[in-house]
Write a protein that binds this ligand. Sequence first.
Ligand code: ASP
Length: 435
Amino acid sequence: MKKLALHWQIILGMVLGVMVGLLMTNFEGGKEIIQDWVKPFGRIFIKCLKMIAIPLILAALIKGVSDLRDISKLSKMGGRTIFIYITTTVIAVSIGLLLVNMVNPGKSITESTRTEMVENYSGDTQKYKDTAKKQKDSGPLQALEDIVPDNIFAAATSNRNMLQIIFFAIFFGIGLILIPEEKGKTVKDFFDGFNEVILKMVDIIMLAAPYGVFALLAAIIVESPSVDLFKALGWYAFTVVLGLLLMIFVYIIIVLVFTKKKPNFFINGISPAQLLAFSTSSSAATLPVTMERVTEHLGVEEEVSSFVLPIGATINMDGTSLYQAVAAVFIAQAFGMNLEFSTQLGIIATATLASIGSAAVPGAGMVMLVGVLGYAGIPEAGLALIFAVDRPLDMCRTVVNVTGDATVSMVVAKSVGKLGEPKIKNWDDEYEAVK
Ligand code: ASP
């Protein structure tokens, strides 16, 4: 019998996870069984992916930058990458604002529902506000200062320091370009080989993906709050999801126009990374798979993907920025506020910056939303309104974040003549090769 392709196995894992989760919520103690006996496998799966994130960034970026062999190529590619990342983010926020002003989801919330929600989640909201306050208390250039690590080994001990690792790796790569070739050869060969090993580890971990996502989804279902609250937030969630779908459409058009690659080719190539983004809610955890898919299946040469994607995973979050714009206006509407046009323009700028500042981990977008609310003078208590549906929306926006990174890597690759034919045409060849 022919084996099911990996993406179908992942989808099957998700569906079964949801079904088992729903089933277990009907039994007394079912939730605990899932939490104690199923959820840990999901966490182990995510940990395996996260475990290789820092070595992957280090090896891939050092290899990528040193492969360029010339600093001017690096600055050309860097400039384009940042420019296109910011452009797609601004498009995303604008779509979000347009939709939320058309659908007006906040106007359907009644006074009593609002009070109930604010009371239900006020504790959780405080946690987010505290984290956001810490970030806000620092000066305007703090973010820039934070990019530079004072100790690379200390920085490498936390996945939150990805930008610091990226900074070090690019700097190291530049150093490697500038020394005589024969002196750098051993170092370069080492990182080339190291990179290969890490990519093989990704293949191996992906074999467990269907089981991992099964466990993650079952746990999400048993832990989700009551259905009533979800209903009240239906229109808001609908607006966010509609915006995110539009964004995927925008990517497909961008890929078609700039690289002439068909929608099918693009979606087929990137879908395992999208499914994983959905299940893990973390672009950082998905990064190893995004890299592998873009390089092996979408034809982006490694020197581009290894440069563009790690940066994208940390700073390019189109889904997050779109969600922040919709959420901010939704909360304002729910509190009966009318936002001026100029304030909404300001939301484009703040949501763009906030998404750049969001860490690539679950729930980060909500922390940074506090900044957007603060800017527009919207009550922070409103965070409690959207709390109940944040996790499912986080899953969806992470899909967009990852798809956006893949899109930009293809466009940048095309613009520097590094978009070729994919190495692997058949879905599961490489995973088969592991077995
Ligand atoms: N979970 C998102 C990501 O990792 C960030 C967020 O919007 O919370 O891409």
